[in-house]
Design a protein around this ligand. Structure first.
Ligand SMILES: [Fe+2]
Length: 96
């Protein structure tokens, strides 16, 4: 399960070789700004489908999700985001 805070945006991403399904358990979400999913709704994302989830402003959203795919793809899953992740700061060098 995954819990999103109110007003949260899960950035656009896709899953290589993975089929993803979400069931909304509480709250309300939208995927790619196409409709509103309420508890009991299911969202289906085929492999490589670019998707972004936004959460309503009033309450958190609890979603159950499942990934299906080849075991090698599941084990090596790397999500592809449309925006580069910020790089972590370089480690400080020890002074001599
Ligand atoms: Fe996803």
């Amino acid at each position: 399960v995954v819990l999103f805070a109110p007003g949260c945006t899960y950035p656009a991403h896709a899953h290589k070789g993975i089929t993803e399904s979400y069931v909304c358990l509480s709250g309300a979400v939208s995927e790619n700004h196409q409709g509103v999913y309420v508890p009991g709704s299911m969202i289906f994302n085929p492999p490589e489908h670019l998707h972004r989830i936004t959460v309503g402003d009033r309450e958190p959203a609890l979603l159950a999700y499942a990934w299906m795919g080849d075991p090698a793809d599941l084990h090596q899953q790397k999500m592809v985001f449309t925006r580069a992740r910020p790089r972590p700061p370089a480690p400080a060098r020890a002074r001599k």
